[in-house]
Write a protein that binds this ligand. Sequence first.
Ligand code: CU
Length: 172
Amino acid sequence: MNKLNIALAGPLFAGLFSTLSMAQNVKVGDIEIDHAYARAMVPGAKVGGGYLTLTNTGSADDTLVAIAADRAKSAEVHQMSVDGGLMKMRPVQGGLVVPAGQTIELKPGGYHVMFMGVVQPFKQGETVKATLTFEKAGAIDVEFSVGNIAGGAPGADATHSDMGGMTMPKPQ
Ligand SMILES: [Cu+2]
Protein backbone atom coordinates (compact mmCIF):
# COMPACT_ATOMS: atom_id res chain seq x y z
CA MET A 1 0.00 0.00 0.00
CA ASN A 2 1.58 3.30 -0.99
CA LYS A 3 1.31 6.62 0.81
CA LEU A 4 -1.56 7.84 -1.31
CA ASN A 5 -3.67 4.82 -0.51
CA ILE A 6 -3.06 5.18 3.19
CA ALA A 7 -3.93 8.85 3.08
CA LEU A 8 -7.15 8.24 1.21
CA ALA A 9 -8.47 5.03 2.70
CA GLY A 10 -9.37 6.28 6.18
CA PRO A 11 -11.45 9.32 5.24
CA LEU A 12 -13.09 7.56 2.31
CA PHE A 13 -14.24 4.60 4.37
CA ALA A 14 -15.43 6.89 7.13
CA GLY A 15 -17.52 8.73 4.57
CA LEU A 16 -18.89 5.52 3.17
CA PHE A 17 -20.03 4.10 6.47
CA SER A 18 -21.53 7.34 7.70
CA THR A 19 -23.83 7.54 4.69
CA LEU A 20 -24.94 3.92 4.30
CA SER A 21 -27.78 4.35 6.77
CA MET A 22 -29.37 6.96 4.50
CA ALA A 23 -29.53 4.55 1.59
CA GLN A 24 -32.59 4.34 -0.58
CA ASN A 25 -33.66 1.49 -2.79
CA VAL A 26 -35.29 2.07 -6.16
CA LYS A 27 -36.01 -0.22 -9.08
CA VAL A 28 -36.59 0.12 -12.79
CA GLY A 29 -37.17 -2.96 -14.89
CA ASP A 30 -34.61 -5.54 -13.78
CA ILE A 31 -32.24 -2.98 -12.28
CA GLU A 32 -32.15 -2.32 -8.54
CA ILE A 33 -30.33 0.71 -7.18
CA ASP A 34 -29.13 0.96 -3.59
CA HIS A 35 -26.89 3.08 -1.41
CA ALA A 36 -26.83 6.15 -3.62
CA TYR A 37 -24.74 8.83 -1.99
CA ALA A 38 -22.42 11.64 -2.95
CA ARG A 39 -19.55 13.22 -1.14
CA ALA A 40 -19.79 16.78 0.09
CA MET A 41 -17.60 19.13 -1.93
CA VAL A 42 -15.23 21.81 -0.73
CA PRO A 43 -16.25 25.41 -1.57
CA GLY A 44 -15.27 26.29 -5.11
CA ALA A 45 -15.04 22.69 -6.27
CA LYS A 46 -16.62 21.98 -9.64
CA VAL A 47 -16.43 18.20 -9.67
CA GLY A 48 -18.10 15.79 -7.27
CA GLY A 49 -18.19 12.03 -6.84
CA GLY A 50 -21.31 9.88 -6.49
CA TYR A 51 -21.57 6.24 -5.51
CA LEU A 52 -24.25 3.57 -5.68
CA THR A 53 -24.88 -0.13 -6.05
CA LEU A 54 -26.48 -1.52 -9.22
CA THR A 55 -28.01 -4.99 -9.26
CA ASN A 56 -29.30 -6.65 -12.41
CA THR A 57 -31.94 -9.21 -11.39
CA GLY A 58 -32.74 -10.09 -15.00
CA SER A 59 -31.35 -12.65 -17.42
CA ALA A 60 -29.88 -10.18 -19.89
CA ASP A 61 -26.99 -7.76 -19.48
CA ASP A 62 -27.93 -4.10 -19.31
CA THR A 63 -25.86 -0.94 -19.65
CA LEU A 64 -25.97 2.37 -17.83
CA VAL A 65 -25.71 4.65 -20.84
CA ALA A 66 -26.45 8.14 -19.50
CA ILE A 67 -26.62 10.20 -16.33
CA ALA A 68 -28.13 13.65 -16.00
CA ALA A 69 -28.30 15.81 -12.89
CA ASP A 70 -29.87 19.21 -12.25
CA ARG A 71 -26.88 20.29 -10.21
CA ALA A 72 -24.23 19.42 -12.78
CA LYS A 73 -23.64 20.40 -16.38
CA SER A 74 -22.77 16.81 -17.14
CA ALA A 75 -22.19 13.50 -15.42
CA GLU A 76 -20.55 10.27 -16.45
CA VAL A 77 -19.24 7.04 -15.00
CA HIS A 78 -15.53 7.01 -14.29
CA GLN A 79 -13.23 4.22 -13.39
CA MET A 80 -10.39 4.84 -10.97
CA SER A 81 -7.38 2.62 -11.00
CA VAL A 82 -3.78 2.56 -9.91
CA ASP A 83 -1.48 2.26 -12.88
CA GLY A 84 2.25 2.23 -12.33
CA GLY A 85 1.86 3.95 -8.96
CA LEU A 86 -0.37 6.69 -10.37
CA MET A 87 -4.04 6.92 -9.50
CA LYS A 88 -5.97 7.68 -12.63
CA MET A 89 -9.60 8.07 -13.52
CA ARG A 90 -11.09 7.85 -16.93
CA PRO A 91 -14.60 7.77 -18.39
CA VAL A 92 -16.05 4.32 -18.98
CA GLN A 93 -16.46 4.14 -22.74
CA GLY A 94 -19.76 2.90 -24.13
CA GLY A 95 -21.52 2.92 -20.76
CA LEU A 96 -21.21 0.79 -17.65
CA VAL A 97 -22.31 -2.79 -18.24
CA VAL A 98 -24.32 -4.42 -15.45
CA PRO A 99 -24.14 -8.14 -16.24
CA ALA A 100 -27.23 -10.33 -15.82
CA GLY A 101 -27.63 -11.54 -12.24
CA GLN A 102 -24.75 -9.47 -10.94
CA THR A 103 -24.17 -6.50 -8.67
CA ILE A 104 -21.83 -3.67 -9.55
CA GLU A 105 -20.67 -1.43 -6.75
CA LEU A 106 -19.62 2.13 -7.50
CA LYS A 107 -17.43 3.12 -4.58
CA PRO A 108 -14.41 5.24 -3.70
CA GLY A 109 -11.32 3.91 -5.45
CA GLY A 110 -13.26 2.19 -8.22
CA TYR A 111 -16.16 3.09 -10.43
CA HIS A 112 -17.95 6.33 -9.55
CA VAL A 113 -20.36 8.82 -10.97
CA MET A 114 -18.51 12.03 -11.77
CA PHE A 115 -20.66 15.14 -11.55
CA MET A 116 -18.95 17.86 -13.59
CA GLY A 117 -19.58 21.57 -13.93
CA VAL A 118 -21.27 21.73 -10.53
CA VAL A 119 -22.30 25.32 -9.78
CA GLN A 120 -23.16 24.99 -6.10
CA PRO A 121 -20.91 22.46 -4.37
CA PHE A 122 -22.82 19.62 -2.71
CA LYS A 123 -23.27 20.12 1.03
CA GLN A 124 -23.68 17.49 3.67
CA GLY A 125 -27.34 16.74 4.30
CA GLU A 126 -28.48 17.72 0.81
CA THR A 127 -30.01 15.40 -1.73
CA VAL A 128 -28.73 15.47 -5.29
CA LYS A 129 -31.17 14.20 -7.87
CA ALA A 130 -30.00 12.46 -11.00
CA THR A 131 -31.64 10.53 -13.80
CA LEU A 132 -29.93 7.32 -14.77
CA THR A 133 -30.77 5.81 -18.16
CA PHE A 134 -30.23 2.14 -18.87
CA GLU A 135 -30.23 0.71 -22.35
CA LYS A 136 -32.92 -1.88 -21.59
CA ALA A 137 -34.53 -0.91 -18.27
CA GLY A 138 -35.00 2.74 -19.24
CA ALA A 139 -34.73 5.84 -17.08
CA ILE A 140 -34.98 6.13 -13.31
CA ASP A 141 -34.63 9.07 -10.93
CA VAL A 142 -32.16 8.49 -8.13
CA GLU A 143 -31.53 10.64 -5.07
CA PHE A 144 -27.95 10.80 -3.87
CA SER A 145 -27.67 11.63 -0.17
CA VAL A 146 -24.73 13.92 0.42
CA GLY A 147 -22.40 12.72 3.16
CA ASN A 148 -19.40 14.44 4.64
CA ILE A 149 -16.28 15.74 2.95
CA ALA A 150 -14.38 12.49 3.16
CA GLY A 151 -13.43 13.03 6.78
CA GLY A 152 -12.92 16.75 6.30
CA ALA A 153 -9.39 16.54 4.95
CA PRO A 154 -9.03 18.99 2.07
CA GLY A 155 -6.22 16.87 0.63
CA ALA A 156 -8.45 13.82 0.37
CA ASP A 157 -11.12 15.66 -1.56
CA ALA A 158 -8.53 16.88 -4.06
CA THR A 159 -9.05 13.59 -5.88
CA HIS A 160 -12.32 14.94 -7.15
CA SER A 161 -11.99 18.70 -6.97
CA ASP A 162 -8.66 19.00 -8.72
CA MET A 163 -8.60 16.36 -11.37
CA GLY A 164 -7.08 18.32 -14.25
CA GLY A 165 -5.97 15.80 -16.83
CA MET A 166 -7.47 13.06 -14.68
CA THR A 167 -4.04 11.95 -13.56
CA MET A 168 -3.07 12.60 -10.02
CA PRO A 169 0.57 13.08 -9.04
CA LYS A 170 2.29 10.46 -7.00
CA PRO A 171 2.94 11.72 -3.47
CA GLN A 172 6.60 11.92 -2.43
CU1 CU B 1 -13.91 10.77 -11.72
